[in-house]
Write a protein that binds this ligand. Structure first.
Ligand SMILES: CC(C)(COP(=O)(O)OP(=O)(O)OC[C@H]1O[C@@H](n2cnc3c(N)ncnc32)[C@H](O)[C@@H]1OP(=O)(O)O)[C@@H](O)C(=O)NCCC(=O)NCCS
Length: 183
């Protein structure tokens, strides 16, 4: 129940410009996330989905074929999502982001194929999580608030808040005690 409440909170809609400010100077990030927020809004409502099916088709063509990024419209993202570069990133449908998260290029956040042939859920990412380039985060796991996922890390287990994780498989490098960015 707590988890559901948390997801509902994170899913609250703040309009298509909610990522505009944090992506200042990054026109591509702004455009991709603007289009994503609209697709996400449309897809939540069956009537809008039918009326704007053309938009959803266009969204996929523009985002996936032109910008080379896959952010599924079912992804639930809190406000102020930052997309740096973004090329080659894949964010699977059941991923949840808190507020103020950053993703970069070649980032994969996705599900895992389970032994019974079904797929797990995708990760739930907390608030202020900063994800380095080429990071891979897989499975039904939680990434705690303020965590930093280093460049090239492969994360398949939950990460507590404030941890800096690096490597494959990801290991704890250190803890950080204030929100900070890894640019
Ligand atoms: C994880 C990270 C935040 C750590 O930064 P830091 O605290 O300054 O760490 P340091 O550079 O002091 O390195 C500390 C140790 O961790 C290791 N390390 C750092 N980042 C690592 C990474 N991504 N993977 C594996 N090991 C890493 C270093 O080799 C060093 O090891 P040593 O103590 O054995 O010499 C940073 O290295 C990182 O990966 N940032 C990603 C930023 C990014 O993606 N930028 C792309 C911009 S386009």
């Amino acid at each position: 129940m707590e988890k559901l409440k948390q997801i509902y909170y994170r899913a609250r809609y703040h309009g298509p410009f909610q990522d505009w400010k944090v992506n200042k100077g990054n026109f591509k990030g702004r455009i991709v996330l603007f289009l994503f927020r609209i697709a996400s809004f449309v897809r939540k409502n069956p009537v809008l989905t039918v009326l704007f099916i053309w938009y959803l088709a266009l969204y996929r063509i523009i985002i996936e074929w032109i910008f080379n990024i896959e952010i599924n419209w079912h992804v639930r993202a809190g406000k102020s999502l930052k997309l740096n570069h973004g090329h080659g990133s894949v964010i699977e449908a059941s991923t949840v982001f808190g507020n103020n998260c950053t993703i970069r290029h070649l980032t994969t956040i996705s599900n895992k194929l389970l032994p019974d042939g079904t797929y797990s859920l995708s990760p739930r990412i907390g608030n202020n999580v900063d994800i380095g380039v080429n990071a891979i985060i897989l499975g039904d796991i939680e990434i705690g608030d303020n965590a930093i996922i280093g460049a090239g890390a492969v994360v398949t287990k939950s990460v507590p808040p404030n941890c800096v994780m690096v490597g494959n498989p990801a290991r704890l490098l250190k803890k950080v005690y204030s929100q900070h960015s890894i640019n």
